[in-house]
Design a protein around this ligand. Structure first.
Ligand code: GLN
Length: 549
């Protein structure tokens, strides 16, 4: 089987196209199909690696080290689709490839044009997913942007051509739109009508519509939409606003028979739906009792998407620990300015039960992160440091326990006399910023007993990395001699991959990014262990401040 589903969006952005595409993927997997997810991004950046978290949210890293759009994180959380460099394509990559071919002379003197050369390149990338992996039953292609945007045109044109080439039973178009509510009036279908017209102008008649609306639409409204858009009534679906969780969307679609209609359109014989993990996840959601407050101390706090996978992973862990995790987003500059971090974090404005310092780059805000780590260590509050958050933990240890007041990372203070975090050797000659960090899946070996081994329950793990700096080996002896535990190494022992605080309820720093592998149906073991510790702290399990503080 080799079927294509194109998911496009209209009216405006941020309708949840990624969640809709992923939910469809989850439902088709529930029907026993092998689904592959693919994102087409119309921007000219080659990948998301060099984009500011403020502009574009987090960079999602795949096992093979691609720095991709955060929608791939949605795919990873909702589906089993393998995700690699091939599953994320951008206009930048397409043009880069076509221009390289032109320079090589591959086009034999012909004029190189958007149609057919750019569209052929897009089509080749889309169809290569199924070609590379013959188990693929369905490839779901999400087209970024909004129909009508200049940038999306080549992708929609490629979709149109593929729908014609594959034929209607092998390739379908699902279009996501918005049904707004005008104050004092009813729900408005006109933007949806116009959006479908824009698709028709591109030569694509959507086979199914998913209408984002404040509530479920009545039959009269759905009939009106069907009439004006040429879409069958049984193919007009609603993605209504929900107060529970985005992970309820697969079941919301299932209840409307979205998957049945897709199977019918694609000529796939209906099979029993196996959605037990999703129903179990919702049972856990409704079983939540109590709340914990986790302080996320970072520097991109105004944009939720900047740490999206971290926030999602905390939520997943909360589901498994039976608690709602309140995200207390703390701009680290606030801690820098505070006279007494304890008042701020402990009893005052934030009152957190745990601290998480996520990944990041650049000097701004580091002092506040070190302040938060120091507070968590001394007050025995659970602390989870991820990538930069682990490096911060090491710098804080050097300053607070070893007394090296100028200890730092060379990323922030190149001339420090105690560079406890320094540039990875392989990075010394690197000049370009794009795609040049230590990236992707790496094996680590867990050392001895501790929080890490308790969480993973195995000695060898594989997690994804994205960094240029690392724990400096020349300080290993003094660090461990003063009590800091090295909890994981690279297999050749050359790199420190995780550290733990001794005699502390839960203080773990990891050089990798576990958040990328957490799912709502199966929380990441480290996040689960962290939230379990936070829950205990909240329940009064904390043993109070250590004397040195
Ligand atoms: N800036 C740090 C480094 O490059 C941490 C990177 C990160 O947190 N992803 O090593």
């Amino acid at each position: 089987m080799n079927k294509l589903i194109f998911v496009s969006g209209g009216v405006c952005s941020s309708l949840g196209k990624g969640v809709a595409a992923s939910s469809i993927g989850a439902l088709l997997e529930g029907r026993g199909l092998n689904v592959r997810m693919l994102k087409c991004d119309p921007y000219i950046n080659v990948d998301a690696g060099t984009m500011s978290p403020y502009q574009h949210g987090e960079v999602y890293v795949t096992d093979d080290g691609a720095e991709t759009d955060l929608d791939l994180g949605n795919y990873a959380r909702f589906t089993q689709s393998p995700l690699s460099r091939a599953n994320s394509i951008t206009t930048g990559q397409i043009y880069d490839a076509v221009i390289k071919k032109e320079r090589r002379g591959d086009f034999l003197g012909r004029t190189v044009q958007v149609i057919p050369h750019i569209t052929d390149e897009i089509k080749a990338r889309i169809t290569s997913i199924a070609r590379q992996d013959e188990d693929t039953d369905v490839t779901i292609v999400e087209i970024g942007g909004t129909v009508g945007d200049i940038e999306s045109i080549p992708f929609l044109e490629a979709a149109r051509q593929l729908i014609v080439e594959y034929g209607k039973t092998d390739a379908i178009s699902i279009h996501l739109t918005l049904i707004p509510e005008v104050a004092g009036a009813e729900l408005k279908t006109k933007p949806t009508q116009h959006s479908v017209k824009a698709m028709q102008e591109m030569g694509i008649q959507p086979d199914m519509l998913i209408c984002r609306a404040p509530q479920m639409l009545d039959d009269v409204t759905r009939r009106k939409i069907a009439l004006f858009t040429n879409v069958a009534l049984d193919s007009v679906f609603v993605s209504y606003d929900i107060s529970t969780t985005i992970y309820a969307v697969p079941i919301m679609f299932f209840e409307q028979d979205v998957d049945q209609v897709i199977l019918k359109k694609l000529g796939i014989e209906s099979r029993h739906a196996k959605l037990a993990p999703w129903f179990l996840m919702m049972d856990r959601f409704f079983g939540i009792r109590g709340t914990v407050r986790v302080g996320i101390v970072g520097k991109y706090m105004d944009l939720h998407d900047a740490y999206k996978s971290v926030y999602e992973a905390l939520f997943h862990a909360g589901l498994e620990c039976g608690v709602s995790v309140q995200l207390v987003k703390i701009d680290s500059s606030k801690i820098e300015e505070a006279l007494d971090p304890d008042v701020l974090l402990g009893s005052g404005e934030f009152q957190v039960d745990g601290i998480l310092v996520p990944g990041g780059f650049g000097k701004r805000g580091i002092k506040g992160m070190i302040g938060a780590a120091s507070w968590a260590r001394i007050h025995r509050v659970p602390y989870f440091g991820i990538c930069l958050g682990m490096q911060v933990m090491v710098v804080e240890w050097a300053r607070g326990v070893l007394g090296w007041k100028d200890a730092d990372s060379t990323e922030f203070k190149p001339g420090t006399t105690h560079p406890v975090i320094s540039l990875l050797e392989e990075q010394i000659d690197v000049k370009n910023l794009g795609g040049t960090m230590r990236l992707g899946a790496q094996v680590s070996i867990i050392e001895g007993e501790g929080r890490l081994s308790d969480a993973y329950r195995k000695g060898t793990i594989e997690e994804r990395h994205r960094h240029r700096y690392e724990f400096s080996n020349r300080y290993r002896d003094e660090m461990t001699g003063s009590g800091l535990k090295i909890a994981a190494f690279s297999p050749d022992l050359s790199l420190v991959e995780a550290v733990e605080w001794p005699d502390h309820p839960w203080g773990v720093g990891v050089q990798f990014h576990p958040e990328f592998k957490s799912k709502p149906t199966e929380a990441h073991p480290l996040f689960r262990a962290f939230i379990a510790a936070v829950k205990e702290e909240r329940a009064g399990g904390g043993e109070g401040m250590i004397s040195e503080g």
